[in-house]
Structures are given as C-alpha cells and as structure tokens.
Ligand binder design. Structure first.
Ligand code: SF4
Length: 479
C-alpha cells in the first residue's frame, strides 16, 4: 500500500525517497547486556527510520520489550533501558521504523511480539509485502484477529500458526507464502534468526560479536557495536543462531539477488558495505561517471549536503574542477520544526541549507545531488545559489530519472507528484531553473557499482524484481 504522505516544503529531506526501517539483532552464548548492544546498533541505523524505535530481549524463558514513538533517544529513557538490561538476557532484537504501510502508532511499531506453541517470539521487519493484504484477508476469514495494520504482523502470524512444526520449518513456510521485500530478524526465547527475501531487495548482514553474532540492516551498525563483519545474508537465506552455533538454510530455489539500487544512491550510510560494494565508493564513482556523461566547463563543484557530497567529490576528481562547500547545513533544526506563515515556509529551505556566498559568488557552479523526487527543493537551492551571486548553475543528478513508485518498503509519492514521471528533462530544467540539467544513466549506475547489473532499478525503469500488486498500480495510475 502506498501512502500519500503530506509533503512539507520546509524539509529538504521531504524531497527524497524515504527508507522504511532498520533491523538489528544480537545473540550471545552467555547472558550480557544485549539491550545496550541493540540500543547502540539502532543508533547507527537511525537514518533508516525515525518514527518509532523498539527493543526486545530474550533470556531463555521469556521476552521483554519496550517500544516508543520517535528516535531512540525519544523512545527510551534510562529506566526503559534499565528494565531490559535487568532481564539478564542473551538475545535481543531491535527496530527503527519509518511507516509506509500502516499508520504511525505505537501498536504498529516493532518488534512485534506473539505467543506460539513454542513460546513467545518477537519479529522486526524491513520491507514491504506485495501480497500482504491478500494473506491478511485469508487469515481473517479463518478467524485470526490482527492487532496492527503492518505487513510484518502477517509474517509473524504465519510463523505462529506453523510453530508446532518447529521454528525453522515455521519460518520457512511463512516466508515461502509471502512475496515482496523482507529483511527480518526473529527471536524466540533461545534463538536469533535472520531472513532475507529471495531477491535480497533490502540488505541484511552478519557479524561476529564477542561470544556470538549480530545481524543488522547495514554494516555501519556492526562497526558501532564493535562487531566484525562476516558476510551479507544471501538472498533467499535463513540463518539460525543458537547454543549450537550458526546454521544456514536456503529456503528458495528461485533466488536472484537484486538489491535496491537506491541503497547505494541515497538510503544507506556511506560507511556501510552492502553485498560486497562499499557505499561511499559507489557514490564517488557515480560522480566520476557523471563527468564522463556531462563534461561541463565550470569553476566550482558543490554538493547538496550530505547525500550529494561523495558524487560531487567524484565529479571534481574526474574533472579537475575544484570541489568546495556550496551550502552550510543547519544541524540544529528539530524534526518537528514548524513555521506558521507561508512566507516563512518558503524560506525554510534556506533555514536548513544556506549558500556559502564567499564560495559561489561570481562562479560557474556545478551543483550535484543524489536524486530528484519532486524537484521543489532543487528549485529552491538553485534560486538561492543565483541570489548568492553564482553566474551559472548546472545541476547534475547522481541517479537516473525517478519515474515510478516503489513497492518494496520505500516511501514514494504518487506518480503525479514525481517530477520525472510527468515532465521531460528540458521541462524539469525550466521548472527548477538551472542552466543545464543532467541525470546519470542506468549504465552509469551499473558502472559505479563495479559493472554489476543485479539490482532493483524499478523506480527508474518500472521493471521490478517482484510484480507490483494490481491494486497499487491502479491506485497509483489514478492519481
Ligand atoms: S523500486 Fe527498487 S530501486 Fe527503487 S527504491 Fe524501490 S527497491 Fe529501491
């Protein structure tokens, strides 16, 4: 299900695709402060979701959990964390959420807890199911009562229903029934399980941590807790970690890793490595590829901070044109920043990103961003560079034209709101007001990813690894 989120022009981040969630899990062969390990792991994944945060801890007998709305420092106070630490557990999972399917309520926050024949389980999910509504209806017809509106409860319910066959079998049966994207961590009272969908759309990696293991959406979370990166969980793989060590199962014959290319363009932290590709390096190469495709005669390369910085550095390196700071970012704007008047709303981008006049005045400037979604922020930034005295503003985008929505856990606007779905490049250039505009080609994206082509690029070309739900397509086309 795609939500028509209200767009707030004040926040440059609102003119971006939004990732949905981040997951983290830790297993230790002896009791330790696993709640704090998860806490710090989630801190490192906070960019993947800021609407709610939750941690669950298992101690061999029971599962204790705490969830709250907001980022981790809002959702947890000292006492909340202390209660989980006092559970004296050895397994923990955690989740940060940005809602696409399901509303922003505490009930919809994760980890989700459920009772099964094997005892309690907790689940945390990053992704989106394309057949979640159909399975939900089937289960409801059979008398099942759902407590949340999130897809993740569909998977949790399927696992609970199959639990009499053992947890491994129940997980395999449950995820074999669903289609879409899922990188999940599942915790029973004595096991930690990691699952990645058959197309590996959302990332999940495994690390070694003291006397145990961690699982995380991104490797930056492994670094944050001092774990050693072991490998990515493969597309269509389940890893089960318990007192006997780690076991791996391939639950689907039909696997083909097609990781979301937007992880490399914008979502993931630059200090993460996903499926063997270093995110920062791919972004620098996107800039180098941009220079091959658009060798522009200019005086200065600047970036839209922070996500455009590596590509701008790559362009500068390839072209020999100096890179410097073009915008100063105000780091102290609260997420709930609200301005009352229309006039102030229109100035709000400048409150967050203000051009550095001393650098841009009298220069022919190349401005680089990772993507254009609606184009409203791009227009404000280009206008502000001109007001600051830039002689020319050439806008380069380190990704292809975003023309289609995402069905795999990324918050995307309706096609009517995607500027790339509705205008030609020349019309977009006119709308946002730059002297020239260039988008990186799909071939350029592949070249920046070491020539690999096994990625989801659905929002660029409309071809998805898993077919989109018909009702979502109809709904999207109507708007
Ligand atoms: S459509 Fe594919 S590439 Fe685009 S955001 Fe979604 S998963 Fe990523």
């Amino acid at each position: 299900m795609i939500n028509p989120h209200n767009f707030d022009i004040m926040d440059p981040q609102n003119d971006k695709f939004k990732d949905e969630c981040g997951v983290f899990g830790v297993y230790s062969s002896r009791p330790m402060d696993v709640a704090s390990v998860t806490y710090y792991g989630l801190y490192a994944l906070q960019h993947r979701g800021q609407e709610s945060t939750g941690i669950a801890v298992a101690n061999g007998e029971e599962i204790k959990a705490h969830k709250g709305l907001g980022i981790i420092t809002e959702a947890f106070n000292k006492e909340d964390l202390e209660r989980l630490r006092n559970a004296n557990g050895n397994i923990s999972i955690g989740h940060v959420r940005y809602s696409t399917a399901g509303s922003k309520t505490i009930e919809n926050s994760q980890p989700l807890l459920s009772s099964t024949k094997l005892g309690p389980i907790a689940t945390a999910h990053n992704g989106n199911l394309v057949n979640g509504d159909v399975i939900r209806e089937l289960l409801e017809d059979g008398g099942h009562v759902f407590h949340t509106s999130v897809d993740s409860e569909v998977i949790t319910s399927l696992i609970a229903r199959g639990s009499k066959r053992g947890i491994e079998r129940a997980v395999i049966d449950a995820i074999s029934a669903v289609r879409g994207s899922f990188a999940m961590v599942i915790m029973t009272k004595d096991k930690l399980i990691g699952v990645r969908d058959p197309n590996g759309i959302r990332p999940l990696c495994l690390g070694r941590y003291e006397e145990g293991y961690v699982l995380a959406s991104e490797s930056c979370a492994l670094d944050a807790v001092g774990a050693e990166f072991v490998r990515d969980v493969a597309a269509g793989e389940i890893v089960v970690i318990d007192e006997n060590g780690i076991k791996s199962y391939r639950y689907s014959e039909n696997t083909s890793c097609q990781t979301c290319s937007f992880e490399y363009i914008y979502f993931a932290r630059p200090d993460s490595t996903i499926d063997g590709l270093d995110v920062h390096t791919t972004r620098v190469k996107q800039g180098e590829e941009l220079f091959k495709e658009y060798p522009i005669d200019a005086d200065l390369v600047v970036a839209v901070p922070d996500s455009g910085i590596p590509a701008a550095m790559g362009y500068a390196k390839a072209s020999g044109i100096p890179y410097d700071i073009g915008f100063v970012k105000n780091r102290y704007i609260a997420r709930t920043f609200i301005t009352p008047s229309q006039e102030m709303r229109e100035r709000a981008v400048a409150v967050k990103l203000n051009p550095l006049k001393i650098n841009v005045k009298g220069k022919r400037v190349i401005l680089i961003d990772d993507s254009i979604v609606r184009g409203t922020t791009s227009k404000h930034l280009i206008d502000s560079l001109r007001r600051a005295g830039a002689l020319e503003v050439h806008f380069l985008v380190a990704s292809p034209i975003v023309k289609y929505p995402c069905y795999f856990g990324i918050d995307t606007p309706y096609r009517s709101e995607l500027i790339g779905a509705n205008k030609s490049v020349e019309e977009i250039r006119e709308t946002i007001g730059c002297d020239s505009l260039g988008y990186l080609s799909l071939e350029g994206v592949y070249a920046s990813c070491s020539g690999r082509r096994n990625f989801c690029v659905g929002c660029f070309n409309g071809i998805y690894p898993v077919s989109a739900p018909m009702e979502a397509l109809d709904d999207n086309l109507e708007r």
